[in-house]
Design a protein around this ligand. Structure first.
Ligand code: DGY
Length: 327
């Protein structure tokens, strides 16, 4: 590549990553924090670039990819600043010979931290109790005031025991929890032993667990993995935690299960039609809701942005992007 490559960055990202990209190319960036470019905006801007650094809120569909593949310069790589890449039509990218990369590993601990804090907050009703206190309703200690579910010694069911699921199990170990897991492939015995994980089939996991935490990627096979039938199998005292992807849960079925007392609560970081949230969830006291912040620590977001940028740098330098997910 004789000219400096043109790089498009779709949202404001940590500064270190800009510095790295500026050192190797001409960078056009959306600097309006909180402004997400529409598909039309992406279609207008992306085709004049060699590289695209995007976020999970950008829909990189076949239309955008086809336009980028037939333009000059030709788009070479879509570097997603996320481990999940369901916002990108990877098949269409592969057809157009455009590489796609993600940011695995660097956010696993931080995501497990948030998943576990949602579990604690929901079980012990922390946000609800805080709202109560801030409203001036605390008139004194009460034997039944904000009693919740016990975490230590209870059973956690992990659905999807990849990096993040395993780190969730590690945290649960510190609370003397009994950890069951379900995965499409059973883990090697040494990993099961080191995280004290017991493999069970999905239905067993749902029946046995006091807490069910989701850690699967979103794909057609995991769409509504937790629906009415699965929720009906759970204990009426159980709490569901989702830091994976919203559409893994049938949100309407979840609302019904919570309203009818079919399950006791939910801690949710992700939503089926994000950023929209089922209105009923907003008024329920037994759910804890946060706006997709599982990886949101300063260090982790910097590591993610750097990793996405490093994938671009690798390609500019003639190497295979280290986190390429297609081809
Ligand atoms: C990811 O990287 O997929 C996460 O959802 C971002 O927090």
């Amino acid at each position: 590549m004789s000219e400096r490559p043109k790089i498009l960055v779709t949202q404001k990202i940590p500064a270190d990553a800009y510095s790295l990209l500026h050192s190797i190319g001409e960078v056009e960036a959306n600097m309006d924090e909180g402004v997400i470019w529409s598909s039309e905006e992406l279609l207008r801007r992306a085709p004049s670039h060699d590289y695209l650094l995007c976020l999970l809120t950008d829909t990189i569909d076949a239309r955008v990819l086809e336009a980028c593949a037939s333009a000059t310069p030709r788009l070479k790589l879509v570097a997603n600043m996320a481990v999940g890449y369901n916002n990108i039509d990877v098949k269409a990218a592969t057809r157009q010979q455009i590489m796609v990369s993600n940011t695995p590993g660097v956010l696993s601990d931080t995501t497990a931290d948030l998943a576990f804090s949602l579990l604690l907050a929901t079980a012990r009703r922390v946000p609800e109790a805080e709202r109560f206190l801030r409203a001036g309703k605390f008139t004194g200690w009460g034997p039944l005031l904000f009693c919740g579910a016990e975490v230590h010694g209870s059973t956690l069911g992990i659905i999807g025991a990849g990096r993040i699921g395993q780190l969730m199990a590690k945290r649960a170990g510190g609370f003397d929890m009994h950890v069951r897991y379900y995965n499409t492939r059973r883990l090697p015995a040494d990993i099961e032993a080191s995280y004290r994980l017991t493999y069970v089939e999905l239905e067993e996991l749902l029946r046995q667990s006091d807490f069910v935490s989701l850690h699967v990627p979103y794909a057609p096979t995991t769409h509504h993995l937790i629906g009415e039938r699965e929720l009906a199998l759970m204990k009426s005292s159980a709490i569901l935690i989702n830091t994976a992807r919203g559409p893994v849960v049938d949100e309407k079925a979840l609302v019904h299960a919570l309203q009818s007392g079919r399950i006791a609560g939910a801690g949710l970081d992700v939503f089926e039609h994000e950023p929209a949230v089922e209105p009923e969830l907003l008024s329920m006291e037994n759910v804890v809701l946060v706006p997709h912040i599982a990886s949101a620590s300063f260090k982790t977001r910097t590591r993610m942005a750097m990793m996405a940028a490093e994938n671009i740098v690798a390609h500019v330098q003639g190497q295979r992007p280290p986190n390429q997910v297609n081809g």
